[in-house]
Ligand binder design. Structure first.
Ligand code: ADP
Ligand code: MG
Length: 240
C-alpha cells in the first residue's frame, strides 16, 4: 500500500530523511516512534505529498506520489490525516466540518453527506454533538470529530501524527479507543505516537526512527522486550 524506496529529504542543508526504505501492506498498523526531530512527521507528510522528497521513489496505492502525472488530489482523497492539533474549522458546526469535503470534493448532496457524517459521528461516539461548534467540545471530542472527518472521505489509509499529544491525560483514552476500533476494521494505519501501550496492543509493527533513519523495526513483542539497537533501548528506557 505504501512503499518508500531509498527516500531522502533535505530542508536546505538539513538532511532529515536518509535512504528510508519501508513497505507497508494493506491493512497493516504501523506505529512510528523516536525522539523529537528524528523525521517522523516528515516521513508521514511525504505520503500525501504535504512534503516533497529530494530523491528516491515513493509509491502509494500503486501510484508514484512525486510523479508529475499523478493526480495528487485524487491520491489525497484516499489518505486521511489526523494531526496533533485538530484543525477543525471554528466557525462551522461539527456536522459541517465533516460534510465539507464530501460535498465539495466527492460531489455529495447535503442530505447524503449529513447521513454519512452522522454515521461516523456515531462511530466515534459523539453523535449528540453534531450541531455544536468545536469550541464547545473538549480536546478529546474535537480529536474524535477530526477522525470522523477523515473517515468520511472513505480513505484507504489513515495517517496519525501524535493525535493525543495535545490532549489532557484524561482524554487520551477515548481517542485511542476510537483508533483501536479502526484497526479492527482492517484500515491501513500509520501512527506517530508516544503511547507505548497503544503500540504494544495494536501495532503490527513498530518502527523506531533516529536522525532521519529507520534504526530498528519489528513486532511490538520483540521491540519492547528485546530491542537490538542501543539507541532504541535508550529511547525506551526514557519513555517507559
Ligand atoms: P519529528 O516529527 O520526528 O519530531 P520532524 O519530521 O518534524 O521530526 O523534523 C525533522 C527535522 O526536519 C527537524 O530537524 C526539523 O527541524 C526539520 N524540519 C521539519 N519541518 C521543517 C520545515 N518545514 N522546514 C525546515 N525544517 C523542517
Ligand atoms: Mg513530529
Amino acid at each position: 500500500m505504501i512503499q518508500f524506496s531509498k527516500i531522502n529529504k533535505h530542508y536546505g542543508s538539513n538532511h532529515v530523511l536518509k535512504d528510508v526504505d519501508l513497505n507497508i501492506r494493506e491493512g497493516e498498523v504501523v506505529v512510528i516512534i523516536g525522539p523529537s526531530g528524528s523525521g517522523k512527521s516528515t516521513l508521514l507528510r511525504c505520503i500525501n505529498r504535504l512534503e516533497s522528497i529530494t530523491s528516491g521513489e515513493l509509491n502509494v496505492h500503486g501510484k508514484k506520489v512525486n510523479d508529475k502525472h499523478t493526480n495528487i488530489n485524487q491520491l489525497r482523497q484516499e489518505i486521511g490525516m489526523v494531526f496533533q492539533h485538530f484543525n477543525l474549522y471554528p466557525h462551522k458546526s461539527v456536522l459541517d466540518n465533516i460534510t465539507l469535503a464530501p460535498i465539495k470534493v466527492r460531489g455529495m448532496s447535503k442530505a447524503q453527506a449529513d447521513e454519512l457524517a452522522m454515521y461516523y459521528l456515531e462511530k466515534v461516539g459523539i453523535k449528540e454533538k453534531a450541531h455544536v461548534y468545536p469550541s464547545n467540545l473538549s480536546g478529546g471530542q474535537q480529536q474524535r470529530v477530526a477522525i470522523a472527518r477523515g473517515l468520511a472521505m472513505k480513505p484507504k489509509i489513515m495517517l496519525f501524527d501524535e493525535p493525543t499529544s495535545a490532549l489532557d491525560p484524561e482524554m487520551v483514552g477515548e481517542v485511542l479507543d476510537v483508533m483501536k476500533a479502526l484497526t479492527k476494521e482492517g484500515m491501513t494505519m500509520v501512527v506517530v505516537t508516544h503511547e507505548m501501550g497503544f503500540a504494544r496492543e495494536v501495532a503490527d509493527r513498530v518502527i523506531f526512527m533516529d536522525q532521519g533513519q529507520i534504526v530498528e523495526e519489528g513486532a511490538p513483542a520483540h521491540f519492547f522486550t528485546n530491542p537490538s539497537e542501543d539507541r532504541a533501548r535508550l529511547f525506551l528506557s526514557r519513555i517507559l
